[in-house]
Design a protein around this ligand. Structure first.
Ligand SMILES: Cc1cc2nc3c(=O)[nH]c(=O)nc-3n(C[C@H](O)[C@H](O)[C@H](O)COP(=O)(O)OP(=O)(O)OC[C@H]3O[C@@H](n4cnc5c(N)ncnc54)[C@H](O)[C@@H]3O)c2cc1C
Ligand SMILES: Cc1ncc(C[n+]2csc(CCOP(=O)(O)OP(=O)(O)O)c2C)c(N)n1
Ligand SMILES: [Mg+2]
Length: 345
């Protein structure tokens, strides 16, 4: 490590030690560099809460008391509030994507920002930084751990948890309107249980509401178990990508979670899956009868054109496609009975 880098690492350690509301933003770079243990060591030594981007999911276990969840456009309110309130933000291997920052000039307005990234062009590109550390996340975190003294941030974590208790249950898809029996969290509770039923698994998601629900409602604990198209956001990704993951990991169950829209784009790959004898793919189609994410973001003035994004008979199309490709399909209905969890029949 050069003298300049060492100086930057010391400056970062000093900011982290002296902050009253520090926050870690962990991204995909942590996973790529294999720095999961070093990230955890830094969080535990300093008590700093950890936010993980969509691509950073799995970099930090979500059942850890310092994990607070995903930021951004589809992130949790308490996470975005924490970002807006924090006084030091250390970004490790995330590129400050606009779905995370929104309008970059108003992102983390009170924070002095530390940014660790292997690509020099990322530092200061979207968000102004106080300290930039160019290099591999694992090496940088190892150096930072040598310089950072133990501290804790429990009052700040307590504030964040209070904000979570206030805001999380207001998220529209977590509410339970009296007229609606089945909600996304019922479906994902059942999927969560199915995932943990048998040994190793990985999940590949497509693009849309089901993708965001999977990010938020499945409890992610290990790196590389969540595979998704976040940058380009290409619908149709999940089924063929699941086939690739299944060939790479023949001993694991690979779940493709895909919308009824995205499934129409590449479901012919079910035939390839059969042809190649790939046996460890399961496809869960989240059948909401809509291009749901388009519907979600359509302004109210376009309500009269919503039938353009509605599927009349998605279940029938799906079953036909599966049988002609040689796959077997089963429609699963979830019945929800108050107050217990969803159950499949
Ligand atoms: C419909 C939709 C909605 C979305 N909504 C959200 C949202 O609400 N919240 C959200 O978080 N994302 C969201 N995304 C995803 C978003 O668009 C980005 O893809 C994602 O936030 C990028 O995460 P990242 O910066 O961690 O990963 P990447 O884009 O993969 O960037 C990784 C960074 O790590 C660096 N790096 C690589 N290797 C190393 C290494 N060895 N050491 C150090 N650095 C390294 C790279 O240079 C790069 O800067 C959404 C995507 C879609 C399609
Ligand atoms: C190839 C492609 N075309 C269009 C889009 C724009 N887009 C993003 S999400 C979405 C709707 C997805 O609908 P569906 O697959 O049913 O998932 P849902 O949002 O309902 O869960 C669309 C059209 C895209 N991301 N990729
Ligand atoms: Mg849909």
């Amino acid at each position: 490590m050069s003298g300049r880098d060492r100086h930057a690492v010391r400056a970062a350690a000093s900011l982290l030690t002296n902050a009253s509301k520090p926050l870690i933003l962990a991204g995909h770079g942590v996973i790529i560099s294999g720095a999961v243990a070093e990230l955890r060591a830094l969080a535990e030594r300093t008590g700093i809460p950890v936010v993980t981007t969509l691509h950073g999911i799995g970099a930090f276990p979500e059942d850890h008391p310092l994990s607070i969840g995903m930021p951004g456009m589809h992130g949790w309110v308490h996470v975005n509030r924490a970002i807006q309130e924090c006084d030091v933000l250390i970004n490790i291997g995330a590129r400050f994507d606009d779905r995370v920052t929104g309008k970059a000039s108003t992102f983390a307005p009170r924070a002095r920002v530390i940014h660790i990234d292997i690509d020099p062009s990322e530092i200061g590109k979207n968000v102004k930084v106080a300290v930039g550390i160019i290099g591999d996340a694992r090496a940088a975190l190892t150096a930072l751990l040598e310089e950072t003294a133990p501290r804790d941030a429990h009052l700040w974590l307590h504030d964040i948890r209070e904000s979570q208790a206030t805001h999380q249950h207001r998220q529209p898809y977590l509410r339970r309107p009296d007229t609606t029996e089945l909600m996304p969290h019922d479906v994902y509770a059942a999927l969560n249980a199915a995932l943990n039923e048998r040994g190793g698994y990985r999940v590949v998601t497509d693009v849309g509401q089901h993708q965001m629900w999977a990010a938020q409602l499945i409890e992610w604990r290990r790196p590389r178990t969540h595979i998704t198209s976040g940058g380009a956001g290409t619908m149709g990704f999940a089924v063929p990508a699941a086939m690739g993951a299944a060939i790479a990991h023949p001993d694991e169950t690979i779940w493709a979670i895909v919308g009824d829209g995205g499934f129409q784009m590449t479901n012919q790959e079910l035939a390839t899956i059969n042809q190649e004898g790939v046996r460890n793919v399961k496809v869960a189609i989240v059948n909401n009868g809509y291009l749901g994410m388009v519907r979600q973001w359509q302004p109210p003035s376009t309500v009269s054109r919503r039938r353009r994004i509605q599927y009349a008979l998605p279940g029938i199309t799906t079953a036909r496609r599966c049988s002609t490709s040689g796959s077997s399909a089963r429609r699963t209905y979830f019945r929800w009975s108050r107050p217990g969890p969803a159950s499949a029949r």
